[in-house]
Design a binder for this molecule. Sequence first.
Ligand code: HAM
Length: 407
Amino acid sequence: MAKLLRGFRDLFESEAQKLTRVENVARTVFAIYGAKELRLPTLELKEIFIKATGQTTDIVQKEMYTFEDAGGRLVALRPEGTPGVARAYIENNFQANPLQKFFYIGNMFRAERPQAGRFREFEQIGLEYIGNASPAADAEVILMLKSIFDKLGVQNYKVKINSIGCKECRPKFREDLIKFFTAQKDNLCEKCQTRLEVNPLRVLDCKIDGPKFTQNAPRQTLCPACQKHFDEVKQYLDGKVPFEVDPCLVRGLDYYTKTVFEFQADIAGAQNALAAGGRYDDLIASMGGPKVPAVGWALGAERVAMASTFAEQKAKTIFVVSVEESANNYAFNVLQALRERGVIAEGGLFDKNLKAQMKQANRINAAYAFIIGGNEMAKNTVILKDLTSGEQKEFALEKVLAPLKEK
Ligand code: HAM
């Protein structure tokens, strides 16, 4: 039997609508902030993610969907959007106009263990602000995300920020961590024991080991430039969004420098990272492009939709029913006239009897029915039935169509 792949989903009406709502709100905010849409391919050369996301990350080591195409190229379904944006920026010579704010909306693929709020194909809405090294840019992108969360009515979310420094000050922190964790290697989970040497920062981010060492793990001493940058990010954010500095927030991707951040909220039993991002000043140059600073984020649209409390008013539907064949044409014209006036109208089941048509009206939760037969057609009227109260009344067609237009 035809069967869905594990971790993949079909999204029907209400779930699809929730995602569309998140997208629409994000688009409104992107327009206010002058971000331009970038639609990127779903498939890229695998090496782009190895280079950008990082050889030692979980994503590259075990979560990518990769295959060899007919031309013998190793390709991957994108697990995240940032590497593709960086590649597009380089390939299209954007350095001629280096300041760019891009947004993207698209599906990403990660072969993770499926859980509530964790899927193998999921939607990210992302923002990449390229070309601005100022801490004001870090604050701006965080506030953009806050604006989206607030407009969607996401409640009780936490904003965590940290600075993981730069090429100058991170090596010392790495060494301190390696020393610290090596001394208690036996207490580390299997995964962390192996990644200790290659990526000790990830131990802090580990769901099992991270919390054990939050209190006493060595802290990073930032170089003066990174410290100044971080202090200014905090100043810009001050009073505009409540945030918490979390020295253990390190993120699971390799390209970050300086500021990193995460928006978290408790959503029943599901993953609590709703959105995350940070600065990546060295990524574009490391992929063969110019040395341009950048900062950005991506939100998980499904998780944000789950946490959103914003309920859209459901528009009312009118169901047009014809009770005899001779009235079908008239009823069909009424149905189309409603739609042309922008009214949500359903009907046209004219091969079915009255009872079956009314049953369908109830099934789709229509608010009203227009009941039409030969009598109504002769008088140019309709019978309007309120499907909640059951009341019904005859109206001249002109009358029901005219005020509907205004509404
Ligand atoms: P990320 O933290 O890997 O960052 O993913 C961002 C968000 O995508 C997460 O906070 C989460 O909401 C959502 N997400 C990730 N994996 C899944 C999954 N398996 N199922 C459902 N949702 C998921 C990035 O991807 C970076 N590219 C963010 C960025 C942009 N940094 C700078 N610019």
